[in-house]
Write a protein that binds this ligand. Structure first.
Ligand code: AHG
Ligand code: MN
Ligand code: MN
Length: 340
């Protein structure tokens, strides 16, 4: 582990190079992907910061593959990432929440050995009301023989990720990433346009303070989920109650819990039997980060990163956060359902 502290002035580029040096076999391609993502993050941040002035508020008249109306900033963020990444020669294809199929690398560009999966703008419903939003990304290595990315390359379990991270456009813009050597946070200094190391080797508190859940779905939860939420609220099982904090941006809720301890829950419910969040570019990347920080991520039965994907945009229930809180979820949800 690098022995930097948050007070030493270390740019993300330098940190990436120093981490790469710990792998003599590294070709530098993965490092290049991370640099390019940091650049895309700066460009999106610049737009988000001026959203009310730069005519990027509001919705387009398009729906995405999720059946959700695309916000202008969804489309801007998506296009920014595709344009920043498609010509680098490091990727064999991309998958985005905003595009139905694999985004192929144009023939005029060289293909590489990595696949990028991403949620260009997470928490879109919050853009127009100035609540933090984010970007989430995941990188896996190509496993098929051809030049271009194929479905099999993208449908890999989260355990196969080689890098993952997110950007939160909050009171400051932060980028948190992992390549399996800890989870590290960088804060954008807009006066110099650099991401500077601010949170080296993040460790998630084991006992949480926060519970993030949208309990307007309570009527659609099964009895075990209801019992689990009573347990988190200190109404059952005798534990200390969590503070409930839910802003409706996964990245913002996750980031607060990562630093302060706690759990984010998006349970299955009778309206969404697989929950709402997407496995490949929301749950898996955050699961990689949280495990590197000492936390856990489960679908209620198994570790999220053990799930074998079958579809690009498949959804999953998600319980992600402090180890003890996620274990309580698996224990409670695994019980024989209490039939009332
Ligand atoms: P996205 O904007 O990328 O579609 O993601 C929105 C997600 C996630 O950010 C958030 O936690 C969740 O939707 C909120 O869903 P509810 O409004 O159903 O609580
Ligand atoms: Mn999202
Ligand atoms: Mn999104």
């Amino acid at each position: 582990m690098l022995n930097h502290t948050a007070t030493s002035v270390v740019t993300i580029d330098r940190y990436i190079i120093e981490q790469e040096r710990q792998h003599p076999e590294a070709t530098g391609e993965l490092s290049g992907i991370l640099y390019d993502l940091a650049l895309a993050a700066k460009m999106i941040s610049s737009k988000v910061r001026r959203a009310g002035l730069a005519d990027v508020l509001g919705a387009t008249d398009h729906e995405n593959v999720q059946g959700e109306v695309q916000q202008k900033l969804d489309v801007f963020a998506n296009d920014t990432i595709v344009k920043a990444m498609d010509h680098s020669g490091r990727l064999c294809g991309m998958a985005s929440e905003e595009e139905p199929d694999i985004i192929q690398i144009p023939d005029r560009f060289r293909c590489g050995k990595y696949c990028l999966l991403f949620d260009p703008l997470d928490g879109s419903s919050n853009i127009d009301v100035n609540v933090p939003v984010g970007t989430i990304f995941s990188v896996v290595q190509k496993i098929t023989r051809g030049k271009h990315g194929e479905a099999e390359d993208f449908l890999q379990p989260g355990r196969r990720q080689v890098a993952a991270g997110y950007v939160i456009y909050g009171s400051s813009t932060m980028l948190v990433y992992t390549t399996g050597q800890g989870a590290h946070g960088f804060t954008l200094d807009p006066t110099i346009g650099e991401f500077l190391l601010s949170h080296p080797d993040i460790q998630m508190p084991d006992t949480g303070r926060y519970l993030s859940v949208n309990d307007s779905y309570e009527q659609y939860w099964d009895e075990n989920v209801k019992s689990l939420m009573r347990r988190y609220r200190g109404l059952e099982g005798g534990g200390k109650p969590f503070n409930v904090r839910y802003v409706g941006s996964l990245v913002a809720d996750f980031h607060r819990n990562l630093l302060g301890g706690g759990i984010f829950c998006y349970p299955a419910n009778t309206k969404n039997p697989n929950g709402k969040l997407r496995l490949l570019y929301e749950a898996n990347p955050l699961a990689f980060i949280v495990e590197q920080a000492g936390g856990l991520a489960s679908d209620g039965r198994q570790s999220i990163m053990n799930v074998q994907p079958t579809e690009l945009h498949q959804r999953t229930p998600l319980y992600i956060g402090s180890r003890s809180a996620v274990n309580a979820a698996v224990e409670t949800l695994g019980r024989e359902l209490v039939t009332v």
